[in-house]
Design a protein around this ligand. Structure first.
Ligand code: 13P
Length: 244
């Protein structure tokens, strides 16, 4: 199981060190469980340094540019993320798509760049509320997967995160059954693309200590990607203890 914390635009390097001191005091490692932190880029190095020697804990970047270098003010490349200690990258998070206007095609270029750079790609997909209400969930998720994963090799280090946009930061989460159904549909698309059905598929969107266990009990849910409730070491440790 994979427990991923997306800190979004929170927690600088000093706070990250304090957070991890507290989290490490609360967390008991479990076989078969990995915990990954996705801090802001400025905190990747501090998190990597604090996690050194803890094999079940890792750090990643929230976003990268697909180009290896160049005049892209504000962006970081895969190599820069890796140099800071990142082992993975979130790609196509709904805030990248819907706040920053990232397209399916750009998401695909980022997946290719991350994999070519030897890091794990955590591809985020999910429908908006109007799309769900119109019965388009499956179609939207399938379009996002096909656009981002064309040409990806079956051996790629890939994770999918299903995050319905209407559930992010709203306190509304998909029911475990609904999430499980979409995860099953994601696996069908993966298989159709020649990718392993065993690719981990995480659920994200208002995951809290109170609902994590029910989500993780579903057969198709391999872990969680958590925003708000990962910003507090106590609630994050509680979530990471769920689903065992
Ligand atoms: P919340 O857990 O705050 O809803 O955020 C989910 C998310 O976007 C994780 O990537």
């Amino acid at each position: 199981m994979l427990f991923a914390a997306n800190w979004k635009m929170h927690i600088g390097p000093g706070e990250a060190r304090q957070f991890l001191d507290r989290f490490l005091a609360l967390d008991a490692p479990r076989p078969g469980r990995t915990v990954a932190f996705f801090p802001p880029a400025v905190s990747i190095e501090a998190v990597a340094a604090r996690l050194a020697g803890h094999d079940h804990l890792s750090v990643g970047a929230q976003d990268v540019h697909w180009e290896p270098q160049g005049a892209f003010t504000g962006a970081i490349s895969v190599a820069l993320a890796r140099g800071a200690g990142a082992a993975a990258v979130l790609v196509g998070h709904s805030e990248r798509r819907h706040v920053f206007g990232e397209t399916d095609a750009e998401t695909g270029r980022k997946v290719q760049a991350v994999l070519a750079g030897g890091l794990q790609a955590v591809l985020c997909v999910g429908e908006q509320l109007i799309e769900r209400d119109e019965g388009k969930t499956r179609g939207v998720v399938e379009r996002q997967l096909r656009a981002a994963l064309a040409g990806v090799e079956p051996s790629a280090d890939l994770v999918i995160a299903y995050e319905p946009v209407w559930a992010i930061g709203t306190g509304r989460n998909a029911s475990p059954g609904d999430a499980n159904e979409v995860h099953g549909a994601i696996r069908e698309v993966l298989a159709d693309l020649g990718l392993p059905r065993t690719t981990p598929v995480l659920y994200g969107g208002s995951v809290k200590p109170g609902n994590a266990a029910a989500l993780l009990a579903e057969s198709e849910i391999d872990g969680v990607l958590v925003g708000g409730a990962s910003l507090d070491p106590e609630s994050w440790a509680e979530i990471c203890a769920a689903g065992g």
